[in-house]
Design a protein around this ligand. Sequence first.
Ligand code: ATP
Length: 433
Amino acid sequence: SALRNHNLADKINALPERVKNILIEAGKIADDVGLNAYVVGGFVRDLILGVENFDIDIVVEGDALMFSEKLAQHYQAHLTKHDRFGTAVVVLEDDFKIDVVTARKEYYEYPASLPVVEGGTIKDDLFRRDFTINSMAIKLNKSGFGNIVDFYGGRRDLQMGLIRILYNLSFVEDPTRIFRAIRFEQRYDFKMEEKTEEFAIKAIESGILGKVSHERINFEFFAMLKENNIWAILKRMEDLRILKNVYPEVVLSEDLKKLLKNAEENLACLKEKVSVQESLDRTLLYLLILYSNMSFEKAVKLSEKMRLSKEYKSEILKFIEANDIILSNLSGNIDISNYDVYNELKGLSMEILFVLCMLSNEKKFIDRVILYINNLKNIKTCVTGKDLKELGVKPGPEYAVLLDKVLAEKLNGNLQTYNDELEFLKKIIPKKI
Ligand code: ATP
């Protein structure tokens, strides 16, 4: 297997032409400028695992800026350089992105600080990484193309399914790695290696997460919300007492846990029953669930801490304000007209509608929401202000009232054609005295 093979040229050969050629070309350019170049990190991990990942990060032993200039020149690509960090991004014509960095040595002056950086070897560069499985490189120069560089046991840990830090102080120096560990555990169904988990727990207990900026925590948290198994991730965060530390507003009550645990299944169920073309925003969906049992004040506070976009924030607050009322108004067996269902739900995003269904355990409620999505949401009157004008009604606020009456009648199934609507309008237009 690839784990025993010290050269991955075969696996690289099996990649899409585009990706393969970029790697070969990068190696040639490295030879031309007399430097060693490697592809590193997640790309190597996923190549060995057989998981698709075309995020190419290249490490150069030496001047990455010079190398990236040559690479950009060769492809006539767009180049962005960050001289201060010795990093560059090359963006090819078809938007294919290549990150290039100078191999560096990093050290931390105090816990949770940003590292001090200086030039180094590939070995140094791999040592500053989060986990052994992310600390491998593949050589790109012609001599040795495809050779694996694995100083820290990355392949062994990939084989054993272990997330292992490279040195004991790793989590103390960069506590965001704890989030990353959890993310990789769930994504690959791996486990933190025993000592690694102990170090994570110790770091969390020491309160170190409180020293990390909200921005960095948020960055990792939102990366988690992009993963598949969000419930497992949140559960792990809860068990390791991370949630309490970073977002104390989120309380995983038994109800909320159940909601999260069943979210994917419910989602799939609902998707089958409704005809939605638009794709759902899963991040928003899970945020709504997480905020669903929160007070308005706490929700405001947390949304600011999470630096949520205006759109997300307003969706969430709208949801918190309205969800109880909507749930009670549309539940129960008493007849509710289509028009009332429509009025209760109009303007709500698909994500809110779905989460409302998840919150309710009443079939009747869910049926009403589904009716709304499938049959009511897009209904509009055929008659317009133009018709009212032709019928001699003076333009004014009365228009909206009259058209809404037509809509109500139409939603309730009493008007079929344009002509039906017109006749109905004529009946309800106030007679001039
Ligand atoms: P993903 O598939 O989620 O993108 P990735 O491993 O490619 O995973 P990135 O966040 O793109 O993750 O990081 C690229 C590489 O940079 C990682 O493989 C790892 O080697 C290194 N890295 C990222 N974050 C850290 C960190 N906090 N500490 C140390 N190394 C890190």
